[in-house]
Write a protein that binds this ligand. Structure first.
Ligand SMILES: [Zn+2]
Length: 200
């Protein structure tokens, strides 16, 4: 006999598909939503339903944005000569929080990982190369994580940028090996941007 009402069971199944949410947590969250006033569940449902309609990728930097180009790409105060390459939107958010970067971003939406079938075509590398030409970018800061796939992605990018008229630097100093950029504290991250290593 199933003691869990089907509507609740469906929510538990949906929630348990989210990263880091096991079955136990999904049950706890679903019961929490059920115990709270109905209007809170309706607001949550509305926000979820509108997410894909409201938010798209910026055609220039591939950040999630309601506008195209995004607020950063269309901000005249940001330096279009300087582009910081990150793995994912959370990295952009972490760097923006430091307030110490005045250039633009390029979000790869992943890292090279041949074991998982992620090659250069699966992430936004070609569009970065095209953008460097189009926008006449003068400096690229590679801010992928210092994990194995992050380093492999950085090396690949550097190899593709050799011979181009663009300075390439790598965010390194102060970021420990294996560290994910988005978990670095603000001070470490802003120092890493300031003392980036020239890769030629
Ligand atoms: Zn953008």
């Amino acid at each position: 006999m199933n003691v869990v009402p089907p509507a609740l069971e469906r929510l538990i199944v949906d929630l348990s598909r989210l990263p880091g949410i096991g079955k136990k947590t999904a049950v706890r969250l679903a019961l929490h939503v059920l115990r709270r006033p109905a209007v809170e569940a309706q607001n949550l449902a509305r926000d979820l339903a509108e997410l894909h309609n409201a938010i798209h990728l910026c055609d220039n930097c591939f950040a999630f944005s309601e506008d195209n180009p995004c607020a950063i790409c269309s901000d005249a105060r940001r330096n279009p000569d300087l582009v910081c390459v990150v793995e994912e939107p959370a990295d952009l958010m972490a760097i923006e929080k430091t307030g110490s970067f005045q250039g633009q971003y390029h979000i790869l939406h992943g890292v090279l990982s041949p074991m998982d079938g992620v090659g250069p075509e699966e992430i936004k590398i070609e569009s970065l190369l095209a953008r460097i030409n189009r926008q006449q970018v003068k400096e690229i800061i590679i801010a992928t994580s210092s994990t194995v796939p992050g380093e492999a992605t950085a090396s690949y990018l550097i190899s593709r940028l050799v011979g181009r008229k663009v300075k390439v630097s790598r965010l390194a100093c102060g970021i420990p090996m294996g560290m994910d950029i988005k978990y670095a504290d603000e001070l470490t991250l802003s120092r890493a941007i300031e003392s980036r290593k020239d890769m030629g």
